[in-house]
Design a binder for this molecule. Sequence first.
Ligand code: DGY
Length: 321
Amino acid sequence: MSDKPRLWIARKLSAATEARAARDYDVVLNPEDRLFSREELIAMSGEVDAILPCHSEVFSAEVTGQLSDRLKIIANHSVGVDHCDLAALKARGIVVTNTPDVLSDATAEIAFLLLLGAARRAPEGDRMLRAGNWNSWSPSFMVGQQVTGKRLGIVGMGRVGQVMARRARGFDMEVHYYNRKRLAPELEAGAVFHEDLDDLLAVSEFLSLHCPATPETTGLMNRERLAKLPEGAILVNTARGALVDEEALVEALQSGRLAAAGLDVFRTEPGGNPAFAALDNIFMLPHIGSATRDTRDAMGFRALDNLDAFFAGREPGDRVA
Ligand code: DGY
């Protein structure tokens, strides 16, 4: 029997991550990348000392109450931890970590792709060409919105928000933000702080969401707040679907109150919202904000760094519970 800690890697991770894990742990892998059921997840907690899950494995209070005492640590392969009931896990004495920083660039890239694509109607043009429907050209053909020189509002000026602000400056956008705390001037780098979310919304020709999903932020962009955005604004969400009232967003896009939206995250994942599919002015991606080779390796390694620290008796750097 191995004297190494037993680790379940709940989803198929990068080859480099799995190889490194196999060196230091007695690893249980999931080569088919199957999504385990709630019952299987609970049963697995009795077989291992540690789990390395993604945001697809849900540790609700109910699940947490049934986890085995053998399980000591959940080292998430995600920055978001809304799939974990942190209070319940803490009460059970199970350590929880996440993977901040390493996915900020990749996620901001996708946010900017959505912003540009939604503004310039890129998915619509792509669909037109694929369907063989590009039959004419005129000065009024597929006119979108210019990004350069416009105002971008950022909700949540954490790591991803700050990278997004830097990308936006490269496009000469004027950056405004709302955050629980005002940033230090060197991090703010000229961005305009709004103490009140509604004030930010009122000036945001583009709005990009970068805050975590918590009970306080769930439904943050509800009907009333969407209505506070300027006429013809564009909403981008790469954070979590729970932040947006999707029915209200559909209405705002249908009526043209909002010009477009770019979404990488949805209330229901996988699957998304079928009502969005009927709209031309929405650019959707299937939750791929952090999906680059570099970033996946970095996320896997960061999760393993946290496990290594824990099993060496040190405090994991990214402990969240
Ligand atoms: C994260 O890390 O939270 C991303 O959404 C991928 O899970």
